[in-house]
Every structure is written in C-alpha cells, then in structure tokens.
Design a protein around this ligand. Structure first.
Ligand code: PMP
Length: 391
C-alpha cells in the first residue's frame, strides 16, 4: 500500500490554518450572474473581462470549426496538429499585436514555461520581479540560466541587478504587465529604458493586460507606446479573450526557435480547432468593438472611486483587478463568506499567495457588469465592510 500520510498531514495543516478550500462547483457557465447551489449570485471574481465567453461570434465559430475540422486536433503541432485554423489565428494575432510573428500554446502557463525553459542557457541570466506569476517562476525553474530577483517594481534594484550582470552572455528582464494579485501596472517604459542601457531583453507577461490595456486591448506595450522595444510579449487567450490558450508575440526567429525547442509546445497536443476558432473570432470582436474596453474601464473607475469614498483599502490597484485588503487570513475568508451570504462571489486570497497580513478579497470588474450589478455589489460591500470594521 502506498503511504500518503505526509500528504494528509499537509492537508490537515491547511485545515488548521483555515486555508483548506474545496472547489466551488458552479451550475451555470461563466457570466455576471451564476448559479451556485440553486441560487443566483453576482460574479465578482472571474477573468472574463469583456464577457466574451458568451459572445455569439465565438460560439458560432466554435460550432463551425467542429463541423469543419472535428472535435480534437489529433496531434502535437509539429506532426499533424497544425490545422489551417491555428495558422489563421497566429496570423491574426500577429497583425493585432503588430509583431512579426506569434506562436500559440495551450495556455498562458505553458507559454511561460515553454519560452523561459528554452531560450536561455547557463551563460545567461534572468532578472525577475518578485511578484511575477507562478508560471514565470516555474519557467525560470526550468532554465539553466542564472536567476536574480528584484523587489516589486523597484527600479533601483533592477538597475543594480543589471549592473551586476554585465559578464553574462544575455540578460533577460521579465515582468508581469499587470500584476494579478494587486492589479497594479508594471513601469514598462522605465524597465525598457534600463534594459536598453544595459543591453537586456525585455519579456512582458500580459495575461491580465490582454484585452484590457492599450488600444482595443492590445496590451501593455501598446498602452505605453513601446512598439518594437519589448522583445517578447506573452498573452493569454484564457481571460479577456474568453477561451483558453496562450501566445508569444515577437520575432519570426523566436517563433522558429520555440517550434524546435519549447518543450511545452513540442510535446503537448495543440488547441482543439474549436478553441482556436473562438480565439480568432474574439480577436476580430476586439478589433471591431472598442466600446467593450471602454465600458470595462468606465465600470472600473466608477467602482474603485466608490470603494475609496466608502473608505476601503484597495492597495495599489490601477486596473479592473481591485483587491479589498482585509489583512488576517481567517478574517479575509470570513469576509468572503459573508459577501457570498449577501449574493456576491468575491474570492478570498490569503497567505502564501499574498503576505500574511495582506489577505484580500480580489474583485474583478468586467465590461458586462451593468450599472445595476455594480450598485448592488457596492451596497452589499458597504454593508458587510461596516460589519467587519473595514470602513
Ligand atoms: N500569467 C499570469 C500573470 C496569470 O495571471 C496567469 C493566469 N492566472 C497566467 C500567466 C496563466 O494563464 P492561463 O490561465 O492562460 O494558463
């Protein structure tokens, strides 16, 4: 008999710490109002920023692709798994991002793993913001390159790390474009300037900036008008784009290299054609519907200003990701539970994902929240916030 006692001991410890969370099983699809245990609750924690999971163009594209190509792609990309729809998606994405090429992976997570795990060697160094996403951290774990961390958005420390790194063959600076737990934006113009001064590659993970920042949601490079100065842009197709997948936007050389060397690309079956078709349809929706990102941002500004008026601490938030800082992990989870009792789903996030005293419920505002939805959420947040002495 296998002995899994060490696993149950770890799970018991999570229970003791109040960090054991069974999965929440929803009885309806991703939307602003979702059914949980027979009850409709307002969704305030989904990454469906633009509501595209329910867009008719995406649904139609998926159904047509299944009829044309079948359900699955049947193989990895390098054998028989590159279908015309995958190529069409990569061309459309490259034109949207304004880069020479793009390469699509099965998720944002595997995109970071595939790129970071393959493009650097033991003569190189990767310099990473301490709050970068887990997929960047895991990608860095896979590389033979040397690693250096700089304090969150600390440009002096970044410069110091770059100064120390002169003897390496290649220096690569990697940052999230929008940080997923705090909703703050990386100081990309300053990072690019430093990288240019110290001859480093710039790599930005735009998972939470795709469909959110920049014209038509083109991402943080477009937001800061840094075209041609960011060498590797990673995007996800799983959040604002409404489906699932990830991509690298950059040079044709990089694409060619990754096709031959990125293990998560090489050894895993490609996106089902229906998924690629939805992503393609979503990019076309973005190009033709600037009002979606406009509404996302007007909803965001309205909501955050009201929270501030009430007196909530929303940390460093500058984007539709709005944390309400509670502090203590147990109080954070109780606050989240109390909101659910009032009809609002707002995920509690606690240590070790964030610092022990920085537990928060993380709200995500979307374009599909109506004025009525936002006002309902604000009313309930004010009510529960007072009960918890947060305001
Ligand atoms: N990077 C960041 C910054 C993210 O927040 C996420 C999603 N949590 C990912 C990458 C992974 O993207 P995906 O969900 O497409 O795997």
């Amino acid at each position: 008999m296998a002995n899994f006692d060490h696993l149950s001991a770890e799970l018991d410890q999570l229970r003791v710490d109040g960090r054991y969370r069974p999965l929440t099983v929803w009885d309806s699809g991703s939307d602003t109002w979702m059914v949980l245990n027979g009850r409709k609750v307002l969704q305030m924690s989904s990454n469906n920023y633009l509501g595209l999971t329910n867009h008719p163009d995406l649904k139609k594209a998926a159904i047509e692709a299944i009829e044309t190509y079948g359900a699955g792609s049947g193989s990895v990309r390098t054998i028989t798994g590159t279908l015309r729809i995958h190529d069409d998606l990569e061309r459309e994405l490259a034109s949207f991002k304004g880069t020479e090429a793009t390469l699509v992976f099965q998720s944002g997570f595997t995109t970071n793993q595939g790129i970071l795990g393959s493009i650097l060697g033991s003569d190189d160094v990767v310099i990473s913001d301490e709050l970068n996403h887990a997929s960047i951290i895991d990608g860095i774990r896979l590389t033979k390159a040397n690693r250096k961390i700089y304090a969150h958005k600390d440009l002096d420390q970044l410069e110091q790390r770059l100064k120390e790194s002169g003897s390496f063959r290649t220096r690569l600076v990697v940052t999230d474009g929008v940080f997923s737990m705090d909703g703050d934006i990386a100081p990309l113009p300053q990072i690019v300037e430093l990288a240019e001064r110290y001859d480093a590659i710039v790599y930005v993970d735009d998972a939470h900036a795709s469909g959110v920042l920049g014209r038509f949601g083109k991402g943080s490079t477009d937001h800061f008008n840094l075209h041609g100065r960011v060498h590797i842009q990673v995007g996800t197709l799983s959040k604002a784009i409404g489906a699932v997948g990830g991509y690298m936007a950059g040079s044709q050389l990089l694409k060619d290299y990754l096709i031959h060397k990125a293990r998560s690309f090489l050894f895993s079956t490609s996106q089902p054609p229906s998924v690629a078709a939805m992503c393609l349809a979503a990019i076309r929706v973005l190009k033709n519907s600037p009002e979606l990102t406009e509404r996302l941002w007007s909803n965001t500004h309205y909501f955050r200003e009201k929270l501030h008026k009430f007196g909530f601490d929303t940390g460093q938030s500058e984007t539709p990701i709005i944390p309400i800082i509670v502090g203590n992990p147990a109080a954070t989870m109780l606050f989240s539970d109390a909101l659910l009792a009032e009809g609002i789903f707002a995920q509690g996030i606690v240590y070790p994902t964030v610092a022990m005293d920085k537990g928060r419920v993380r709200l995500i505002i979307t374009a599909s929240h109506t004025q009525e939805d936002l006002d309902f959420a604000l009313d309930r947040l004010q009510h529960v916030g007072k009960q918890f002495s947060l305001i």
